[in-house]
Design a protein around this ligand. Sequence first.
Ligand code: ADP
Ligand code: MG
Length: 484
Amino acid sequence: MIKDCVAVWDNCLQTIGRNVNPQSFKTWFEPIKPVRLDNDALTIQVPNKFFYEWLEEHYVALLKMTIRQELGAGGRLEYQILMAKQPETNSNKYNGATNSNYNGKASGKKKIDISSPGSIDSDSIKNPFVIPGIKKLKIDSQLNPNYTFDNFIEGDCNKLARSAGQAIAKNPGGTAFNPLVIFGDVGLGKTHLGQAIGNDVLASDPTKTVLYVSSEKFTNQIIDSIRNNAVNDFVNFYQLIDVLIVDDIQFLANKVKTQEIFFHIFNQLHQGGKQIILTSDRAPKDLDGMEERLISRFKWGLSADLQAPDLETRMAILEEKMNQEGLELPQDVVEFICYNIKNNIRELEGVLISLVAQSSLNRRDIDIDLAKEVIKNFVSQMSKEITVGFIQNLVADHFEVPVEKLKGATRKRSIVIARQLSMYLAKNLTNKSLKAIGENFGGRDHSTVIYSCKAVQDLLDTDVIFKDTVADLEKKMRMSLNEK
Ligand code: ADP
Ligand code: MG
């Protein structure tokens, strides 16, 4: 009896359906079309390369078993990939590093047949950024046009990142800086710089497709696309982008599924010579909860950090903001603000805005006195964050040991306890990574921090007095923060 491909695949689907959950079945198996059956080889059509890779990565054993069950021990599975863009000319590409399973034993020998029978019409790709009513697929870049290089003041704190950004803007995807990872603390200009690159690309070539997306939005889109059985639309959509800017990738930490899909999108864009720009609040190596294979790709290009600006740069930035807003401030007030607000440019702008608001509401001149009042309010609002240094000072104070000893190598019992407790509190009260915490203690490594936390926990579990001390300290910390 000659079996036909539809019947064989139907049988396969029944087996598969018993072995995967309904959501995965809907997402990954329903879209597959059986194409032909030649002797022992069943050819199935999948919507794109990503889809194929996903199947191979996650379902290879199941597919192998199912195909052998239907076609006997020599049964093979071949894929045909429907391409959204130009068909790839080199099918060996699939032997590449992106998929170590490819030559796999699993479903026997596989052949990839990349044809584009009725290539996907890009207009039909569902995506969340399309501007309705525009005939040609036009992706709204989601960029804020106010973030440009012109108003991104250069200083020693941002020189490397800024000039790499400009080089990229001239030649997206064509420099060694791919991806560009811009990292640094909050309020230092990561979003501004990332967007400035995108705006500059569009200014010199409006036909380029640029997309800015926050990591939260990206994650939500993935969740939606999985829910709506549209993961391939999602991935296809991202293939259309020339310059992809993903902001605050630290939020992808521990999101396994999102990272998985991002990994594939990253690979496709990178292989296609497209530019990827990422921002993060810490260096790639410190991104806990991020898959190693992603971190290693982040390191392919350039990681450039943004430091806190020095006084001169802060003054230049503040003056730039005043220009933009058409404001004038006495020079001594500008200096006073810049002396006092050091680590966050967003705060610097916040002070400027409050100062102007206060002065017009209360009909007061902008002078040092008003600036003092505003900054006082401001700092207490803004510095809700507990820092490692703050913890170290407080603990050192409490145990009456010098702060430097916490960072040193002394093994004296009282100092060891103070040191371990500081690490423990830093882990629980800040959002610093174990690695970053260790660095604050004279360059200790993350395993020392883990060990310390465990030692403190043991002590807390057994020593009531110690437990009270720690509770006291935590309370003190919270209170002194509110007083500031
Ligand atoms: P981040 O994304 O790192 O938290 P943002 O990019 O949102 O920081 O920057 C915070 C604010 O500071 C923005 O309004 C931005 O325009 C401004 N800013 C940061 N760096 C500079 C700079 N070098 N020149 C001018 N403005 C800057
Ligand atoms: Mg930002």
